[in-house]
Design a binder for this molecule. Structure first.
Ligand code: SF4
Ligand code: SF4
Length: 191
C-alpha cells in the first residue's frame, strides 16, 4: 500500500468515527443505566438477622465482622424454661476487601442481606470503606423491589400453604353456618 492511499484510508476511518455517536457515558454528568441486579453495595436488614454467623463463616475474604452477646429471656409460663437469644452488637463489612461474590447474600437463611446497585461510595480513606451496621442499614433503602413473579411460575410454597389454610377455614366456617341455620328446623322435623 502506498503512503498516499494509506493516509487516505486512515483519514476515512477517522472521519467515519467522528460522525458516529459516542458510546462513552460522561459519568458523573450522566448516570449509568445499571441492570436491576447490579452488585453495588450490600444492605443489612437488621431485624431479620439472627446472628447465626453463616455469612461471616462463608465469606471467602473474611471481611464481615460480627459481634454479639447472649441475652436470657425469662420463661413466659410458670415452670417453663428461660430462653436465650443472640443480640447483635456489631455488624460491619469491609468493602476494601470484599470481592462482591455475593456468597453472603446467597447463604443468609433469614433474608437479612440484599444487593443494592449504589456504587458511589469511593473514598480516599480506606478505613471509611468498612461500613458499620447503621450505614449497612441505610443502604437497605436503596435496594430495588424484587421483580414481579413470572405469571407461569409455580406458586411459592408459603403462598400455597396460606391459601390452603384459608380455604380450609372458609369451608369450616361455611359448614358451621349451614349446620347452625339447619339446626332448629332439622330438630323440629325429626321430632
Ligand atoms: S460479597 Fe463475598 S466477599 Fe463480599 S462480604 Fe459477601 S461473601 Fe464476603
Ligand atoms: S447469615 Fe444472615 S442471619 Fe446469619 S449472621 Fe449473617 S446476616 Fe445475620
Amino acid at each position: 500500500m502506498s503512503l498516499g492511499s494509506g493516509l487516505a484510508k486512515g483519514l476515512a476511518i477517522t472521519l467515519r468515527t467522528m460522525t458516529r455517536r459516542a458510546v462513552t457515558a460522561q459519568y458523573p454528568e450522566s448516570q449509568p443505566e445499571l441492570p436491576p441486579r447490579s452488585r453495588g453495595v450490600i444492605g443489612l436488614f437488621e431485624e431479620n438477622c439472627t446472628v447465626c454467623m453463616l455469612c461471616a463463616r462463608e465469606c471467602p475474604d473474611w471481611c464481615i465482622y460480627i459481634d454479639s452477646h447472649k441475652e436470657t429471656l425469662p420463661a413466659t409460663t410458670p415452670g417453663g424454661r428461660d430462653r436465650s437469644r443472640n443480640v447483635l452488637d456489631r455488624f460491619a463489612i469491609d468493602f476494601s476487601l470484599c470481592m462482591y461474590c455475593g456468597i453472603c447474600v446467597e447463604v443468609c437463611p433469614f433474608d437479612a442481606l440484599f444487593w443494592s446497585p449504589e456504587f458511589e461510595y469511593a473514598t480516599t480513606d480506606i478505613s471509611e470503606l468498612t461500613h458499620e451496621r447503621e450505614k449497612l442499614r441505610a443502604w437497605m433503602w436503596t435496594v430495588p423491589e424484587p421483580p414481579p413473579l413470572d405469571p407461569a411460575a409455580e406458586e411459592p410454597k408459603e403462598i400455597a400453604a396460606a391459601r390452603k389454610a384459608a380455604e380450609k377455614a372458609a369451608e369450616k366456617a361455611a359448614r358451621a353456618a349451614e349446620s347452625g341455620a339447619a339446626g332448629p328446623d332439622a330438630g323440629e322435623g325429626s321430632g
